[in-house]
Design a protein around this ligand. Structure first.
Ligand SMILES: [Fe+2]
Ligand SMILES: [Fe+2]
Length: 256
């Protein structure tokens, strides 16, 4: 089974790049399932309903989120009926939307789970280790793909070692910078960060001048998303359905 996981889609140029590249990637690699992190889809923070539907129309099957999941309050008006939207299981508010969903792919059950790391992250209710240990009994005999949205590479690597025989993939998101450490850990496909699908000339998606002003000590009230053409960052995973073990993970980075 081939799964494409697209890293944090940022703003308008991120959405445009997904629209441009995904159809050909999908057919070229015979992809069965496309998952994308959408926490920065709407103006760099959060996701509104129109943009959620827009990125699904480009060929994305499941959208995961992160610490910006609830940054656009509009999400509370549609999240309960958004059956392909997954919010981090372990951040507050815990009782809104779904922390994981199950996808049926020609009879094979795939769980897509979204967790936040507990280091340098706000609103985290319990550690991803505790959440995962609690949820595992419900995922028995299913392929489990985790979007681990976290700042610290150490936390992400440790998590993969802890769950290397129960997860088929542990994929880091959040830093917006792709790491070159993709590998198999046990039977699990792993990368510390998939990277960002967003403006290439930017500071992790934001306008460069504004971020520089902030670092220089000037007051900057809000950051604007850079309008530069986007890079595309993703990983392609191959999983053996018969034993749920990952066969390979391949890093994709397409620059404008
Ligand atoms: Fe992000
Ligand atoms: Fe994030």
């Amino acid at each position: 089974m081939k799964i494409l996981f697209i890293g944090d889609i940022v703003g308008k140029s991120g959405r445009a790049t997904v629209k441009e590249l995904l159809p050909s990637l999908r057919s070229e690699h015979a992809i069965d399932l496309v998952i994308a992190n959408g926490e920065n889809v709407t103006h760099g923070k959060g996701i509104n309903e129109a943009h959620y539907k827009e990125i699904l129309s480009y060929g994305i099957d499941v959208v995961t989120l992160g610490n910006h999941a609830f940054s656009k309050s509009e999400i509370f008006t549609y999240i309960e009926k958004a059956d392909r939207l997954v919010r981090p299981y372990n951040i507050t508010p815990m009782d809104v939307g779904k922390g994981f969903i199950e996808v049926d792919l020609k009879g094979t059950k795939v769980i897509v789970l979204n967790l936040c790391g507990s280091i340098f992250m706000n609103n985290v209710e319990e550690t991803p280790f505790d959440s995962m240990a609690k949820l595992l009994p419900f995922f028995k005999d299913k392929i489990v793909i985790v979007d681990l949205h976290a700042e610290a590479t150490s936390e992400k690597i440790a998590f993969a070692h802890q769950f290397k025989y129960t997860c088929s993939a542990v994929l880091g998101t959040h830093t917006h910078v792709q790491t070159a450490d993709e590998r198999l850990i046990g039977s699990c496909a792993y990368i510390s960060d998939v990277g960002m699908t967003g403006p290439y000339n930017s500071v992790i998606g934001r306008d460069i001048t504004e971020v520089l002003d902030k670092f220089k000590g000037f007051e900057v009230k809000t950051f604007t998303v850079s309008e530069d053409k986007a890079q595309f960052c993703a990983v392609l995973i191959d999983i053996d359905e018969s034993n749920r073990r990952a066969r390979s993970i391949t890093r994709l980075q397409i620059r404008p």
